[in-house]
Design a protein around this ligand. Sequence first.
Ligand SMILES: Cc1ncc(COP(=O)(O)O)c(C=O)c1O
Length: 486
Amino acid sequence: MIQQIERHFERDARPLYAHLVSLLESAIARGELPSGSRLPPERELASRLRISRTTVVSAYRELESKGLLRGYVGRGTFVCAAPEPSGTPFAWRGKIASAALRSNDPTMRDAIRHSSDARMLSLAAGEPALDRFPTDAFQRAIDQVLKKDANATWRHGPTEGQPALREAIAERFRVPADSVLIIAGAQQGLDLLARCLIDPGDAVIIDRPGYLGAIQSFRAAGAKLIGWDVLRADVDELEDLLVRYRPKLIYTNPTFQNPTGITMPIRMRRELLKLAERYRVPIVEDGTYGELYFNEAPPPSLHELDVQNLVIHLNSFSKVLAPGLRLGWLCATPSIVDQIAMIKQRLDPHTQNLVQFAMARLIKDGSFDTHLRMLRGEHARRCGQMLTAIQKHVSPGGLRFARPQGGLYLWCRLMRGVNARTVLQHALAQGLAFVPGDAFYADPAGESELRLCFSSVLPSAIEEAVKKLASSLQGTRTRAELVAIA
Ligand SMILES: Cc1ncc(COP(=O)(O)O)c(C=O)c1O
């Protein structure tokens, strides 16, 4: 590329430095000098172009101030962004830290946006039946908090969380209260754990396919992600990965997994713990869906089975009450709780008090368990309705899936060659959202898979959502067939 600049450079009559800026800028815009590429040192480029070094320095500085280049002492000058398409004079993108650019997948943000868009039927974001939220019990709890704990509510609270909630969780899950840390949702827990445990370049074994928020947090921390196939669930394969990559940790969501909905059997849980112990690798267990079974309770969590203190358990009220509460917790050995609290205080000094106090009351007075029992039945019903609607409206073989036993999701395989992102384009045009499968892989895969959340839409809207999906699938197939014939 630099040779082309040499050729063009000779033929132009503009001021030298402006000419060099414009040549470099268009090479960056066309992708011929992609983000991350290193430019020749100033002295070298000056001698190749037979101009003064000051001219090259001025051109590099101008491109730096536009945010397109970045110079590092001792390492050189690198392209860091393409020009802003809007043509704004200051390119902020060039100023973004490389750690932030490591994980820029907007899928989660899109799913959340669609779920709050009244014009959209969303099977995308993972939400429980929010229309069944226990509003009266919550209202009563808030009233009591404001009557009795107002002072503590409006002050700063402890970074580890309000003792009342830590104790209520500890009692419910039979763990010591000092092993519980309150967080603003499990996603914050994942990010805190990534910051706490991962150095750039560390390997992390992660469910494949797996929760996209975990992929993003570990990736942003610089982890090398190694997928372990959750559907094959082969212990020998896992051991091979442990030997080959010496990972820093294993992340898994073993119960009603996001996105596949499957649950790791007890035998596999024991094998996993044995391997983790043998290879001295901690496990981050994401237990977000653990209590959302339809009929039969799942096996004990990895944290319950762990006798070596190597499991950190993450959990949340998002899927059992409401994601808008932004409330979760993690359970780990107190030294890890302490270390994570040190990191949390920097980005979120403590989780907000009002919902913590209210939640402690809901757990203590039994309203939370009553709600959970209702929710299990409601989700099972909605799941059944979705399966019936699929049978009625989707042509045979159009969607293949295993019948869920809990959780919130139906993980579907499309017919070979049908691309989920193309189906999504058709669906969005009709006001339906879902998450395409590739978002759940850390490697390029999943293009013919998709995830549907069966709990988030009202029962009266499930059939309509499935009809829209069926017509999007049909539209995509017809187009694919026409292209094949042409
Ligand atoms: C497996 C898993 N972990 C964590 C989260 C994040 O949940 P929260 O809303 O508590 O941050 C989700 C949300 O979809 C999830 O599916």
